[in-house]
Design a protein around this ligand. Structure first.
Ligand SMILES: [Ca+2]
Ligand SMILES: [Ca+2]
Length: 250
């Protein structure tokens, strides 16, 4: 049975991994064993596990470096020397849980920038909640999970979010723009018609990217959704849309 330290540190020099914004930099990961791990692992449904057999904890941890934004930790079985990489994609829903019986250790990334299932971009973490709900319920779901409905403050951030929206069935998302504007963000003019505010801090919306002709306030639309085209639309707050949650990076 392999024994190992409770803290693993591995580092690699990166030359051309395209997913990294700073090629040439060294990347490293430090993981720490969860002493309290009892086999119960609660993950969002966006998470998945890939297995490596006959390995060591440090080699397994190094595999996390290839996708540091997606990989959050490892499970290592001391008897079979099997490792499971815990990876989480940005889009999905808040649910899920698994139980591992046997001699599994859980090692979680230290200095984690975003919670498992959330994706880091610049100074924030994002989670695309695929569950359709009203704007208010979506806002509360974000808050229940330690975040807020996304505040988009720049063109760069807006484009990044639109690029990362899950691809949808083209039959569902028709070329008609309104079918694709189905992700709630945190802007609303419910308090004062025509004055859009961010729900995260009640600040006035500065950067905007309205679809031509929007906001229309058609039948008193007061909640803002982002389209896959990157444009925004004010929509009926009671529509059931997916949503984008945000937190500051840890
Ligand atoms: Ca309105
Ligand atoms: Ca509208």
């Amino acid at each position: 049975m392999r024994s190992f330290n409770t803290v693993i540190f591995v580092s690699l020099a990166i030359t051309n991994w395209t997913q990294r914004q700073d090629p040439g930099a060294a990347v490293s990961v430090q993981m720490k064993k969860r002493a309290s791990f009892d086999g119960n692992l609660t993950l969002t449904s966006t998470c998945y596990i890939s297995e490596i057999k006959n390995t060591s904890p440090s080699y397994c941890a190094s595999r996390c470096l290839f996708r540091p934004d997606v990989c959050h930790g490892i499970l290592f079985n001391r008897e079979s020397e099997t490792c499971k990489l815990i990876k989480c994609n940005p889009a999905g829903a808040f649910s899920g849980g698994q139980f591992y019986t046997g001699k599994w250790d859980l090692l979680w990334k230290e200095k984690e920038f975003c919670k498992p299932g959330w994706v880091k971009h610049k100074e924030h973490c994002y989670f695309i909640n695929a569950t359709g709900d009203t704007w208010k319920n979506s806002k509360e779901t974000c808050e229940d999970n330690g975040g807020f409905l996304a505040s988009i403050t720049s063109s760069e951030e807006n484009s990044w979010i639109a690029i990362n929206l899950p691809s949808v069935n083209s039959a569902v998302c028709s070329p008609d723009w309104w079918d694709c504007c189905t992700y709630w963000i945190g802007a609303t003019d419910v308090a004062e018609e025509g004055t859009f505010m961010w729900t995260s801090d009640n600040s006035t919306v500065g950067f905007v990217n309205w679809y031509p002709g929007q906001p229309s306030d058609y039948n008193n639309e007061d909640c803002v959704a982002i389209c896959r085209s990157e444009h925004w639309n004010d929509a009926d707050c009671y529509m059931n849309f997916s949503s984008i949650c945000q937190t500051p990076a840890l």
